[in-house]
Ligand binder design. Structure first.
Ligand code: PLP
Length: 478
């Protein structure tokens, strides 16, 4: 029999810690995006599980030979696609300890330390963001989950709907529910509406201005029109840092509309919210104080391994009312004195995610985190300036943070269709070099290349190198 406990953990663990150190030392040598075809990894893996124990050395050897060549390196300093999710050393260590404890924090009793550390670290984070104590926080896995919970809480807050009890089928002659979000909002808003039974027809997209921000007057008009047509407006989702351009909706004005209409306001700041820890950036959260709920993802721009997302709400009681169901076997003597986080969402079991906040914030200190994010913002402005001054490229959106939206504009191409094709090819060529990984969006019908600078390993030299690759590929292609 092989041992099934943690014998030799120091010796065996060293293999993996060494592996991680080597990986980070060599990461810049790997192509950011692997050059493989669908099915290539599967082909190299046995179709049956091993019957006999295999050594860690064998596992590591296959990790190097089979898995590594198929990995997209999100931790690479020149990964600039989507929104970064990079992991710092303290974040990685926190995951290790979390796995070692392997607690299930459904109740305070099933891990008091997890429940209380979550409360304390979310208090720290709230203070770092400059938000008031009227917000209560909870950790979920992802922003999509947080937004879905906010939409369900908004639904629960409606008097005389009782959807929790009756379901939508139990409603008689009640106006249908309508949720508002901008044309630039993340698709998770629609997914949340699907899950909450609002349906895609219940989601009304509000137009944006030339800077891709929701237009408050259009929101006001839509609400008035819907009410006249027998809808019940119940929720608005505003975005701070939209996925395509990081535009920032005018939350203050939106909040005052929501207040006068008695509508729940949820603010999705999954990527950008973290930037508000930088004092001169705190303005991006203007108006959030008036919202009913607000979320951000520490796993995106706060250097914690995916996943950790935080939802703050002023209506802890409504969230609980929406989700709490306590079977007899989960009742404890402390229920009246403590927070049992299982009461505030669909998941019963919960990982010990607050360790990541605790380790990372303590390791860097708030000063350290501010410094890293401030540098990203500086590099974002720099890259944006290079694009603006280049004869080859043009900016397609403002750069409020460190995401730059642009395209190549070769002199000989005039038609929009050809420009779109040119830029798509330009981006694909760059990604094929393995030098960097960039992603795209479509803005007003224009194929737009995005460069996102928010990775913990990204420095000025990397940003310069990406700009050089862009220029070289542009010249080759034009
Ligand atoms: C990334 C992102 C999401 C989705 O995040 P997940 O945590 O992957 O669910 C939602 N909204 C915005 C604005 C985002 O940037």
């Amino acid at each position: 029999m092989k041992e099934n406990t943690s014998k030799n953990i120091k010796e065996n663990g060293k293999l993996f810690i060494d592996w991680v150190e080597k990986y980070f030392n060599e990461i810049e040598g790997y192509p950011v995006l692997p050059n493989i075809k669908p099915g290539e990894i599967k082909e190299k893996l046995p179709s049956k599980p091993p019957q006999k124990s295999e050594s860690y050395e064998q596992i590591i050897s296959d990790l190097d030979e089979i898995i590594l060549p198929g990995v997209t390196h999100w931790n690479h300093p020149k990964f600039m696609a989507y929104f970064n999710a990079t992991s710092s050393d303290p974040g990685i260590f926190a995951e290790l300890i979390s796995a070692a404890f392997n607690t299930n924090g459904m109740l305070w009793k099933t891990n008091p330390a997890s429940a209380e550390l979550e409360e304390v670290t979310l208090g720290w984070l709230r203070e770092m963001l400059g938000l008031s104590k009227s917000f209560w926080g909870i950790i979920y896995d992802l922003a999509s989950t947080g937004t879905m919970h906010a939409i369900v809480a908004a639904r629960e807050s409606l008097e005389d709907y009782s959807i929790r009890e009756k379901g939508f089928g139990g409603l008689q002659n009640k106006p249908r529910l309508r949720l508002y979000t901008s044309e630039q909002a993340h698709s998770s808003v629609e997914k949340g509406a699907i899950v909450a039974g609002i349906g895609l027809e219940g989601v009304r997209k509000i137009p944006v201005d030339e800077y891709f921000k929701m237009i408050p007057i259009e929101l006001e008009k839509a609400i008035a029109e819907d009410k006249a047509n027998g809808w019940k407006p119940f929720c608005v989702v505003a975005t701070i840092g939209t996925t395509s351009t990081t535009s920032i909706d005018p939350v203050k004005e939106i909040a005052s509309i929501c207040k006068s209409e008695n509508i729940w306001l949820h603010v999705d700041a999954a990527h950008a919210g973290v930037a508000a820890v930088v004092p001169e950036m705190q303005y991006i959260l203007d108006g959030v104080e008036e919202a009913d709920s607000f979320l951000l993802n520490p796993h995106k721009w706060m250097f914690m391994p995916i996943d950790i997302s935080v939802l703050y709400t002023k209506h802890k009681g409504i969230l609980k009312q929406a989700f709490s169901i306590i079977p007899d076997y989960l009742k404890t003597d402390e229920d009246n004195e403590v927070v049992n986080y299982m009461d505030y969402g669909i998941q019963l079991g919960r990982r010990f995610r607050s360790l990541k906040l605790w380790f990372v914030i303590r390791h860097y200190g708030t000063d350290g985190l501010i410094e890293i994010i401030r540098e990203h913002l500086r590099l974002g402005k720099l890259f944006s300036k290079w694009i603006e001054e280049s004869p080859f490229f043009e900016l397609l959106a403002p750069t409020p943070l460190s995401t730059i939206c642009f395209r190549g504009v070769p002199k000989k191409i005039q038609s929009e269709n050809e420009l779109n094709l040119f830029n798509k090819t330009l981006m694909n060529n760059i990604n094929a070099t393995g030098e960097s990984y960039l992603s795209h969006t479509i803005l007003n019908g224009k194929f737009t290349i995005r460069v996102v600078i928010s990775g913990i390993r990204t420095e000025e030299k990397h940003v310069k190198e990406v700009f050089e690759v862009l220029n070289n590929e542009f010249i080759r292609l034009q």
